[in-house]
Design a protein around this ligand. Structure first.
Ligand SMILES: Nc1ncnc2c1ncn2[C@@H]1O[C@H](COP(=O)(O)OP(=O)(O)OP(=O)(O)O)[C@@H](O)[C@H]1O
Ligand SMILES: [Mg+2]
Length: 335
């Protein structure tokens, strides 16, 4: 079991208040991703759950038991970091089994667990190699293996894939997701990567300056962001925001429309008119950055190739069903 509950969790470093009262319910077996700008407190919150930092206030419950006074080793959690320090002089087998050896398990039992983890991670052929004889992705899998053999109640991942190149990241993203589902172990995963957050998470926590702005499934956050911050943070390229008369007509202080929900018309007269400042042709997508005068710069996305270029005039027509409305405080207006 690995159900984790945060109740009013606070953290200050000296006079600086970093985590400002976090409440969160993480269901057993779920995959929860923390996202937010650099410095918003993602690592700090993870370290508080792990017990590597003491809370300044509030409770952290694991399977219903408050663990704020429990040392990290007794919380039953395994952490995987961005820089996975493997022991260079030890084989893969030695690295994966190191924690079990320290815990005093019998040799046969260690071998059994290490071999099972290696099989799950496709590391069996490499058990006798040293870390320097492995690729980056294989090394990261060894670090994950070390976490798995401890059979934790939950995995805590802090940007575990950010040192890998783009192709390997995609491969590892899929492997970690598959592995977590297979093991059924609760996972909390910190990332900067939008695609990782959207594809891996059962639920995403959006943090901003030490506060939880929204907690929900990826599609909930995409379709119903509760405020301007979440609306602007989730989705890439980011949502367009328009204020003034165009927003007031819809009874809002600000309206938001995602680039993929703007219909692009050549020489049109409806919607928002502007001149293409930059056109990006990716083959699969065309992104237009349109100077719309007083409305500012707008981004539009077309799925597929669209032969429009810098200097062309276009009008962008928002899909009326996909307009997000926000009040003067930045909170979503629900109909
Ligand atoms: N030990 C510490 N002492 C003082 N301040 C700290 C300490 N650890 C973190 N902070 C501060 O707390 C804030 C949150 O840091 P944290 O590492 O949690 O951010 P983060 O969201 O993980 O950022 P990043 O995306 O850059 O990794 C930062 O302003 C940081 O400077
Ligand atoms: Mg961090």
């Amino acid at each position: 079991m690995g159900q984790i509950t945060l109740q009013g969790v606070q953290k200050s470093f000296g006079p600086v208040h970093i985590i400002k009262g976090a409440d969160l319910d993480i269901a057993d077996g779920s995959f929860v991703v923390f996202v937010g700008p650099s410095g918003c407190g993602k690592t700090t919150l993870l370290r508080l759950i792990a017990g590597l930092e003491d809370v300044t206030g509030g409770s952290i419950l694991i399977d219903g038991k408050n663990v704020v006074d429990t040392p990290p080793a007794k919380r039953g959690l395994s952490m995987v970091f961005q820089s996975y320090a493997l022991y260079p002089h030890m084989s893969v087998r030695g690295n994966i089994g190191f924690g079990l050896k320290m815990a005093g398990l019998a040799r046969d039992e260690i071998n059994h667990k290490v071999e099972a983890a290696a099989a799950t991670l496709n590391l069996t052929p490499y058990l006798d190699r040293k870390p320097r004889e492995l690729s980056g992705g294989q090394r990261q899998r060894v670090a994950i293996g070390r976490a798995i053999v401890r059979e934790p109640k939950a995995f805590l991942f802090d940007e575990p894939l950010s040192n890998l190149d783009a192709a390997l990241r995609v491969q590892m993203r899929i492997e970690v997701t598959r592995l977590q589902k297979q093991l059924g172990t609760t996972a909390i995963y910190v990332t900067h990567d939008q695609v990782e957050a959207m594809t891996m998470a059962d639920k995403i926590v959006v943090l901003n300056a030490g506060k939880i702005e929204q907690y929900g499934s990826p599609l909930e956050l995409y379709e119903r962001p509760s405020n301007l911050f979440v609306a602007g943070f989730i989705g890439s390229p980011k949502m367009n925001f328009v204020t003034g008369d165009s927003a007031a007509q819809k009874g809002a202080a600000t309206i938001g429309v995602r680039p993929e929900h703007l219909k692009i018309e050549r020489d049109g007269t409806g919607g928002w008119q502007g001149t293409i400042s930059v056109a990006e042709h990716l083959g699969s997508d065309t992104f237009l950055y349109v100077d719309a005068g007083p409305l500012g710069m707008l981004t539009a996305r077309y799925i597929g190739e669209l032969s429009l270029h810098a200097g062309d005039r276009v009008s962008l027509v928002p899909d009326p069903a996909r307009i997000h409305r926000f009040d003067a405080s930045g909170n979503a207006i629900r109909n």
